[in-house]
Design a protein around this ligand. Structure first.
Ligand SMILES: *Cc1c(COP(=O)(O)O)cnc(C)c1O
Length: 380
């Protein structure tokens, strides 16, 4: 059996090695490392794939979120509503820009921001909502967009974990996640569902004005060479990463199918085991399983985590500390925020290995290891 990893990037590379190696060599020989034709081509192929007007490639997913927030013309102290149960990048950029993150609850079943919790947190200073499509499943966007419309708020989707996921609207239309709100942000970090071989990210929008602004911000606020109209930053996707992403974008739907097959296998295995809750799949979202995350009740998750590690089965806790309890936000007084569902999940979730190259013997070994743990516990 091959060594089990959370993500097996080496095996995936072996499958596309000839195409990757030859395009990287051709970029080395062209010496167009920045703003080369590969970046332009990737941008337009990504626009086609997502069915969105503008894709703006940038340096990473965190920059994508920062640039999106910078484009909204917000003032220091303005409030942005966000889940606490997310990766730190989502909320960190708010603090960096002098905005106030308002942490709200997630839904216990979907792990995504709870619409009723959003509405309860709205104040006169609220300007935007940042839902996160956590683990690869979309937040309830119809409900979120209705709230945004009612209170005139911007919506920025953190799509770093759900690229390629389809959202089915109440009106029967289907759109890609990241293209529903005003702006969508994604990351091409190597372990993401569409990952490059370094850092990378992108922003997308159907709004021409926001697109122009974000392009300018990502390029030192420049309107014309050496003319800088607004304070911006330097955030670029390089040619080698764009070339890698072009090859992998063509495989993305196949990669998603492979992940969903692994998830189906796990779902079947854990279906009738008391105390283990498999990921809930909503009607409105096609889950792309960036993570396969179980919720444990009455089973000691940390003990299982260690038991698996002793058998060379990796498992991860995303995330052990929610944003509102991070030291980083102490000065925001967010420690006093009470988010019981978030806290409850923080102590009970655990993610199992899932990637595009998983083999049957690996899946069997992971499942039987968990079964063994449960047998030992039952006999104690
Ligand atoms: C990975 C990730 C990011 C940040 O992306 P980077 O490319 O690492 O900067 C932001 N939000 C979420 C939910 C993520 O998973």
């Amino acid at each position: 059996m091959k060594k089990i990893q959370m993500v097996d990037l080496m095996s995936q590379y072996q499958d596309i090695k000839p195409a990757i190696d030859s395009v990287i060599v051709s970029i080395l020989e062209s010496a167009q490392f920045i703003n080369g034709p590969e970046v332009k081509s990737f941008q337009s192929e990504m626009e086609d794939y997502l069915g969105v007007k503008h894709v703006i490639p940038c340096a990473n997913g965190t920059d994508a979120l920062q640039i999106a927030l910078m484009a909204l013309g917000l003032k220091p102290g303005d409030e942005v509503i966000t889940p606490s149960f997310t990766y730190i990048a989502t909320t960190e950029v708010m603090a960096l820009l002098g905005l106030k993150p308002i942490f709200v609850e997630v839904d216990r079943d979907t792990f995504c921001i709870a619409p009723d919790s959003i509405e309860a947190a709205i104040s006169s200073k609220t300007k935007a909502i940042v839902p996160v499509h956590l683990y690869g499943q979309a937040a309830n966007m119809d409900a979120i967009m209705a709230i945004a419309k009612k209170y005139d708020l911007f919506v920025i989707e953190d799509n770093a974990q759900a690229i390629g996921s389809d959202y089915s609207h109440e009106n029967g239309k289907t759109t890609k996640t990241g293209t529903i709100g005003d702006i969508g942000c994604t990351s091409f970090f190597p372990s993401k569902n569409l990952g490059c071989y370094g850092d990378g990210g992108a922003i997308c929008t159907n709004n021409d004005e926001l697109a122009d602004k974000m392009r300018m911000i990502a390029n030192h606020g420049q309107s014309k060479r050496y003319y800088h109209d607004v304070v911006g930053c330097n955030s670029r996707l390089d040619s080698i990463q764009a070339a890698v992403l072009r090859i992998k974008l063509r495989k993305l739907d196949g990669y998603i199918d492979a992940r969903r097959k692994v998830a189906d296998h796990y779902d079947n295995f854990f279906a009738n085991i008391p105390g283990i809750k498999t990921p809930v799949r909503t009607e409105y979202s096609r889950h792309v399983f960036h993570q396969y995350t179980l919720t444990f009740e009455g089973i000691d998750r940390d003990e299982l985590n260690q038991f698996l590690a002793d058998r060379d089965v990796p498992s991860m806790i995303y995330y052990p500390v929610p944003a509102h309890k991070q030291k980083m936000f102490e000065s925001f007084g967010s420690g006093e925020t009470e988010l019981p569902i978030t806290d409850w999940l923080t102590h009970r979730v655990m993610s199992l290995p899932i990637h595009t190259e998983m083999e049957q013997d690996q899946l069997d070994y992971i499942c039987s290891s968990i079964e063994e743990f449960l047998k030992i516990k039952a006999s104690e």
